[in-house]
Design a protein around this ligand. Structure first.
Ligand SMILES: C[S@@+](CC[C@H](N)C(=O)[O-])C[C@H]1O[C@@H](n2cnc3c(N)ncnc32)[C@H](O)[C@@H]1O
Length: 259
């Protein structure tokens, strides 16, 4: 008998490719009685748990299959039935994943919870395009910001981020790309390199590379769709496609000292 009864295990599935879940996450899946999974999770991961009950609770075309409150109630109900419940979430559950909310809700009823980290899309999706979020001589830090807060707005942190030299990674921002680039343009950064990456780590992955002043047009031309990540910063100039597109931004890697 498994030892996971009456417990919530919250697992990060990674950015999309099913091989990018952790070994610990895959083992916990195999031990689950019930799996509640989100839209960005590859369903082949459910094959780790063929006997478990699989329940889709994600978003379809902007609408949640279940509200967050109903997800909480469902987890509680299954735990009270003496089940081991897994919440399988895209990327890492604690990066815009509401992971702790679900754990807190269940803990309040005295049940055990466990967090198993996942590879966040915020770092890995740029990385899979050979865009490192930090790079010696180019970027000393990175910010991960939401383009859609719970009120539906771009995070105000973006105004501060645009003043920094950091790499800026925006999640859930594709629909607000024009507003986002305007913030950077108002800081005089029209030529800052920008990449927009759709479906990172999946066969449908697509990247568009440009600069603040032209990325909006390029994204339209290439018909980039969500889920997508926006990366702004000098590190994008390291992408092989960047050189061909640039107007006057000097690719930083040409001046790097690798000693
Ligand atoms: C609700 S957030 C969840 C982020 C997740 N917890 C993580 O750590 O990656 C969903 C957003 O993450 C980004 N995203 C997640 N997976 C992606 C992928 N494979 N390719 C591009 N963007 C992705 C998109 O911006 C999407 O709208």
């Amino acid at each position: 008998m498994s030892t996971n009864k009456q417990k919530l295990t919250i697992i990060g599935a990674g950015p999309g490719n099913p091989e990018l879940i952790t070994l610990k996450g895959a083992k916990a899946l195999a031990n689950a009685d019930v799996i509640l999974y989100d839209a960005l999770v590859d369903k082949t991961l459910l094959e780790y748990a063929p006997k478990a009950e699989h329940i889709f609770v994600g978003k379809r075309k902007g609408n949640h299959a279940l509200s967050q409150d109903l997800i909480h109630e469902l987890i509680l109900e299954k735990i009270r039935e003496n089940k081991g419940v897994v919440r399988l979430k895209g990327g890492d559950p604690f990066v815009f994943g509401r992971g702790l909310e679900e754990m807190d809700f269940i803990s309040k009823y005295g049940f055990e919870t466990e967090y198993i980290p996942g590879i966040s899309s915020s770092i890995s999706v740029p990385g899979l395009q050979n865009i490192p979020v930090t790079h010696r001589g180019t970027s000393e830090s990175f910010w991960v910001i939401t383009g859609t807060t719970s009120e539906g707005y771009i995070s105000e942190d973006l105004n501060l981020a645009a003043q920094s030299n950091a790499t800026i990674v925006v999640l859930m921002g594709l629909g607000k790309l024009n507003e986002i680039v305007e913030i950077f343009a108002s800081e005089g950064k029209d030529e800052l390199p920008v990449a927009v990456i759709q479906n990172g780590s999946l066969p449908t992955e697509k990247v568009v590379v440009g600069q603040v002043f032209n990325i909006g047009d390029k994204v339209k031309e290439e018909n980039i769709q969500a889920p997508a990540i926006i990366v702004l910063g000098g590190v994008v100039s390291l992408h092989p496609k960047f050189k061909a597109d640039t107007v006057s931004y000097e690719p930083i890697y040409q001046t790097l000292n690798f000693d």
